[in-house]
Design a protein around this ligand. Structure first.
Ligand code: ADP
Ligand code: MG
Length: 716
């Protein structure tokens, strides 16, 4: 649901707690208590038919008995009563609901029906709803100060807003964040997200001035197409850092039984993150690492990093990780180096990474960090310190943060062998320098900051439109469907591609050997001969492809042999396809597949017969812009081959980009296309385009009439 309003959820002037309780331990007790002790700035109305007052505040038997207007109702009563309560809220004119109550879609059966009813009530009375089955919402803004959760302690206030699909995990994150000095603006536990979705929150927090960074714990995207569009706009404004569960097959199944929807395949998830600029943290631990870095430090201007350390080992580990993450080791100016030489211990190594050795004094360490940060060739620094006994680590921490503040370049700290409770660690994070227990975590966090800085600057491009022959494509697909076929025939596949302007090799379908020669004369030698038949899907294995046939003689010999061979193996052939022999092309693969959860996604990669083994492919999820398509091409490992290596010419990248976009347009227009595999597409020299020479196009099986009506899917 996009276009929702969340002001009544996050900035209510009055809140009714339905199911407020006098008994500690009950959710209705904890929520009311949290609202009170955390100094909610609006007016509270406990609702409980059996109490005159709760926590000393006058209680009402029902929402409708409250004499004043109510912006938000937090519902905590059991599921069957929750429906009636929601209805009352609707009649009362309540603007928003946060439904904590469980027992809806997540339990299946009657729960699904109950959730539908809840939704209908919200729709009827125009109420915004968070949940059901959620842990509540928080807004730390001084004019609101609302903690409508049952979390044990309130978060620190700060610039992070957290949206989570797992309430328990969300609350644990708030707890741990506190010990790292990370503060929050807003918190939203989505629960079953019957109405308000992750996409809604992203869209609204994009322009929320209190939210500087968005953190998200994601189990599934709801409507991935919307997510791509909304997240892409959000990351242009502020960093969005997400943990997505369901990486493994087993993990996906657990997530499915957890929230009542499928996690989707992780490859598609990766494509979504790459395309939208959302930073994916590999673990909850890394989520904290990144949250700390982004909330405390400015973004780096470039990727040149200085490492200052009092020990060689950790510095080298740090450098290895920096380089693996795509950052560079800064080169200091000779002035910086000779300046350090005037005072550093003689055994110190002063080229990056700087190793001052344990001989260094506190002042040496401070001056070194100051000198490298002052160097024009340095964009960021990582300060590593292995605390020796003779220097107070708090002194060092103070030297690090004061120096960092003076330069305005990002500085990340690592006091090795210490804990998050150690005084040096706390001194750093309390004064705005993110601190890590290990050098690699610091390196990874800095890399994420750099990557984000790049995202922000990058051109997202635009979605192109093409003049295509949609009617022709439709006719081809209809004919195949009417014929009960799900695999398109050779001629159909190329005609379909041509209707959308995708270039295929010149070809003729020839039923009989006698007719091959005249057809070849029309195409022009050399030609390629392939046998056609329902079982001939992987032709090479069946020796049903012969390339570079240069004369009529070679052609008829090849055809006769091929026919004999296939007959011996009892493989039916319907005829032949004769193609121009496309010379000098580099084999790439272009394809599309429909994911149960993500819908169609496109694939580009190194092609040919080894594609399954090399798996050098990139994914893209529509809506796909021209830049997305180019990024797919550029992101494969063997991209240098397309650019031209060892005397090979550069390939026609613009034409390949065009082909990807046209393919995206084709699959967007026809849901019935289930899978496409254009392998290979022969990429020619710059200016000469490409030719698809083999296309396998699969349609969705016709709907089984018995299963119709059982849709079971929904979009957020
Ligand atoms: P299959 O994938 O079913 O085995 P293909 O039609 O992809 O059959 O052909 C196998 C290989 O033959 C291709 O990967 C490519 O190297 C080569 N080939 C096929 N058609 C042509 C053509 N028209 N021009 C040049 N090479 C071709
Ligand atoms: Mg092939």
């Amino acid at each position: 649901m996009t276009g929702v309003r969340l002001d009544a959820v996050f900035s209510p002037r009055s809140i009714a707690v339905v199911g407020a309780s006098r008994r500690p331990g009950k959710i209705g007790y904890e929520i009311l208590r949290n609202l009170i002790v955390n100094e909610y700035q609006g007016i509270l109305y406990p609702v409980n038919p059996n109490a005159r007052s709760i926590h000393g505040i006058r209680a009402y038997p029902t929402v409708r008995d409250i004499p004043d207007p109510i912006d938000l109702a937090v519902i905590t009563v059991p599921a069957d009563l929750a429906i009636a309560a929601a209805e009352e809220c609707g009649r009362k004119g309540v603007r928003a609901l946060v439904v904590i109550t469980a027992g809806f879609r997540e339990v299946g059966g009657a729960g699904i029906e109950r959730e539908e009813r809840l939704l209908r009530i919200c729709r009827e009375y125009n109420m915004t709803m968070i949940g059901p089955n959620c842990m509540g919402v928080i807004n730390t803004h001084p004019e609101v100060r609302m903690d409508a959760t049952f979390a044990p302690t309130p978060p620190l206030s700060g610039g992070i807003s957290l949206v989570t699909q797992s309430g328990a995990l969300g609350i644990a994150i708030l707890e741990h964040a506190k010990s790292l000095g990370i503060g929050f603006a807003k918190f939203c536990s989505l629960g079953n997200k019957a109405q308000v979705s992750l996409n809604d929150l992203l869209e609204i927090w994009r322009t929320d001035s209190d939210t500087k960074i968005v953190l998200a714990y994601i189990e599934n995207f709801g409507n991935p197409g919307n997510f791509v569009r909304i997240a892409r706009a959000a990351t242009k404004e502020k960093p969005v850092i997400a943990v997505k569960s369901g990486r493994s097959e087993a993990g996906s199944r657990a997530a499915m039984s957890h929230t009542g929807s499928l996690g989707g395949s992780d490859l598609a998830a990766e494509a979504v993150f790459a395309q939208t600029g959302v930073l994916r943290a590999a673990s909850i631990e890394e989520l904290f690492d990144l949250a700390m870095a982004f909330s405390l430090q400015p973004l780096p201007r470039g990727n040149r990093v200085a490492v200052v350390s009092d020990a060689g080992g950790p510095a080298v580990m740090c450098v290895d990780e920096l380089v693996a993450q795509g950052l560079r080791l800064a080169e200091f100016s000779s002035a910086t180096e000779s300046f350090m030489r005037t005072w550093a211990p003689p055994e110190a190594s002063l080229r990056n990474p700087v190793d001052l050795t344990p001989q260094a004094s506190l002042e040496d360490y401070r001056r070194a960090l100051d000198a490298v940060l002052a160097d024009e060739g340095v964009d960021a620094a990582i300060a590593i310190y292995v605390p020796p006994v003779r220097i107070d680590e708090v002194e060092v921490a103070r030297a690090v943060w004061t120096t960092a503040k003076a330069h305005g370049k990002p500085v990340l700290g690592n006091f090795l062998g210490r804990s998050e409770e150690s005084p040096g660690f706390m001194e750093l994070v309390d004064h705005g320098v993110p601190s890590y227990l290990f050098p690699e975590s610091a390196a990874r966090s800095l890399a994420a900051m750099y990557r984000y800085a790049q995202y922000r600057m990058r051109d997202e491009g635009e979605v192109r439109t093409f003049r295509v022959d949609k009617a022709a494509a439709e006719a081809i697909l209809k004919r195949a469907r009417d014929g009960g076929r799900i695999l398109l025939r050779e001629g159909e596949a190329s005609a379909l591609l041509q209707a959308y302007g995708i270039r295929t090799a010149k070809a003729r379908i020839v039923p009989r050997i006698e007719d091959l020669a005249p057809a070849a004369a029309q195409i022009g030698y050399p030609v390629v001969l392939k046998a056609v038949g329902p079982e001939l899907v992987h032709k090479t294995e069946l020796q049903a492809v012969r390339v570079d046939l240069r004369s009529e003689r070679e052609l008829t010999d090849a055809a006769t042999q091929m026919e004999r061979h296939l007959r011996e193996r009892r493989i039916a052939i319907e005829g032949f396809v004769l193609q121009e022999f496309v010379q000098g092309g580099l084999e790439v693969v272009l394809g599309m597949s429909r994911d149960k959860v993500y819908g169609p996604f496109l694939v580009f990669g190194l092609g040919g017969v080894y594609v399954e083994y090399l798996k050098d492919v990139a994914f893209g999820l529509p809506p796909l812009t021209d830049r997305d398509a180019m990024r797919m091409i550029e992101s494969i490992r063997t991209y240098p081959m397309l650019r031209g290596v060892r005397g090979q010419p550069p390939r026609d990248m613009a034409a390949l980009q065009d082909a990807i976009l046209r393919l995206a347009a084709l699959v967007a227009d026809f849901d019935v296309i289930q899978e496409m595999d254009l392998n290979p597409v022969l990429a020619l020299e710059e200016g000469r385009g490409y030719r698809a020479v083999d296309a396998r196009i699969l349609l969705a099986p016709p709907p089984n009439p018995k299963q119709m009506g059982d849709t079971g899917t929904r979009a957020a």
